[in-house]
Design a protein. Sequence first.
Length: 188
Amino acid sequence: MKDILRNLAAWIGTFIFAYMIGTILFIALFHTPLIKGVDVLMYRGVALLIVSGIFVMVVLFILRKICIKMLEIKDILLMCLTYCCINMVLFTLIPVTVERSVSVFMLSYMADHSEVDYTEDEIEEAFLQYYVEKYGAFEKRFKEQDITGTIEQSGEGYHITKKGEVLVSMFRTIAKLFDTDESLLYHK
């Protein structure tokens, strides 16, 4: 029984160590020129997560060779998969949300001007003036859709692609499953 507990503690400790160094590398990679030309944060994050996941796998194989003989290949693969899954969820929930969120803009704007009391109309005007116009929120999101292939140029305009239609269908299904506000999903 002691051997089982010792092996379990070593396994958990190894995962925590690998997770921590992988996550530190993942975050650090955002501050390097690696894949800096990718304008869509989500795509860049996925690519950097793959790079850091490979690093975690290499570290685990080295640890297996040097000192943690009980690690099997399936353990290493499971640890890497778990590392990538956890960080993908955290990445999409936090940095991707921060980069796109109207709520984050609104609260940050108010924090930068905390000495002022705003009416709802004044906050809306600041949103339109800065978030939409000055920071080009619409242009950025439009360009992302073009890059991802959900829209494409057709003649003098753009139209939704089959990929875009599938995505909208998925969004509508998810909205129904989780009973969310569907006002942004239907426009007739």
